[in-house]
Design a protein around this ligand. Structure first.
Ligand code: GYE
Length: 325
């Protein structure tokens, strides 16, 4: 009798201890869970093929590294982005990363982040601020160089004689401002190349088509023999507009755009687009390398540039299967 009661007591004790250990283990697991790096990311929107690839790269890389990513889509509106950043500050995230829709107007919210002691990393697009300490680092392409590459390609295609229609990206955005700057810098060397029409297509295919339709209705529409689109999506929209107007894209009008998305390679393969200047959207791995270093208070360079190339029709068929976006 006595023995069995001792036995029962020990079983109960063992069960109790096991339960305690289990609870402790659970607590420990929850604790390690809490130590996950928390990153707030405010994305521009979903305006282009480039952006879709960029979002996918960021989300999958965060997941791979076990980062708690708070992702917010600004739908191309700065006010949404400012709200998202404020909410990241309120949530007390470890690092804020964002791709600014436009260059100016972020200073006040960045000061709030600074006051809260939350470091900010810029991804893809830059901001203009009077105090450079408002962000730690900027990872992204050299948009001015992309603009130069586009102009050089168009000069080659047209023998330096071009009446250019220009589809500009989102007004006030870093890529629109810088691509135009680089493009015009090269154009200055070619007296017979000039921009005769220029309007924003907001980096979307639909707007690119709409603006190209308007260009083609202008009194001097027949003079256009070249198109510079600040991204592939707008060029693809413009190609549709040209075809509907009975114009042969890539032949009657030479076309150069920027990004290097799959759709551009397909259009080049079909001879409808002449050149795409690459702008790499797969920033996830490089971005989180920087974010983790910043969170660990390690030194990072103020500017990190992504590696890119230029592709033409002759390379399209061979390159297409290798494209990741
Ligand atoms: O070229 C365009 C996108 O900021 C580099 O944004 C990015 C640009 C890209 O909408 O397609």
């Amino acid at each position: 009798m006595k023995i069995s009661s001792v036995y029962r007591t020990s079983i109960a004790l063992l069960a109790f201890t096991t339960a305690c250990v289990f609870t402790q283990l659970q607590a420990l697991a929850a604790d390690t869970g809490q130590k996950k790096l928390v990153v707030g990311f405010s994305q521009v929107g979903a305006e282009s093929g480039w952006r879709t690839a960029n979002t996918e790269s960021i989300k999958s890389e965060a997941q791979k590294r076990g980062i708690d990513l708070r992702f917010s889509d600004a739908q191309q509106k700065q006010e949404n982005q400012i709200k998202a950043i404020r909410s990241f500050i309120a949530q007390g995230v470890d690092v804020i990363a964002f791709s600014p829709v436009v260059e100016t107007g972020f200073e006040p919210v960045l000061q709030e982040a600074k006051k809260a002691g939350i470091p900010v990393v810029l991804s893809d697009r830059a901001v203009k601020v009077s105090d450079p300490s408002l962000y730690v680092t900027f990872l992204g392409s050299d948009f001015v160089e992309e603009g130069r590459r586009a102009a050089n390609a168009l000069a080659k295609l047209t023998g330096g004689k071009a009446n250019i229609a220009e589809l500009v990206g989102t007004v006030g955005s870093a890529p629109a401002i810088d691509r135009k700057k680089g493009f015009e810098e090269v154009l200055a060397k070619y007296p017979d190349m000039k921009i005769i029409m220029s309007q924003s297509g907001d980096f979307t295919r639909a707007k690119g088509k709409e603006v190209m339709e308007a260009f083609l209705k202008a009194p001097n529409a027949k003079e256009i023999n070249a198109l510079f689109a600040h991204n592939d999506d707008m060029a693809l929209g413009a190609i549709q507009a040209m075809e509907e107007a009975g114009i042969k894209p890539g032949q009657d009008i030479k076309i150069v755009s920027i990004d290097g998305v799959r759709g551009a390679f397909e259009a080049m393969k079909d001879g409808k687009l002449n050149v795409t200047v690459e702008c790499n959207p797969l920033l996830g791995p490089q971005l989180f390398d920087l974010v983790e270093k910043v969170a660990n208070k390690e030194e990072v360079p103020k500017r990190v540039v992504s590696q890119e190339g230029v592709y033409d029709e002759a390379q399209a068929a061979a390159e297409l299967p290798k494209r990741q976006y």
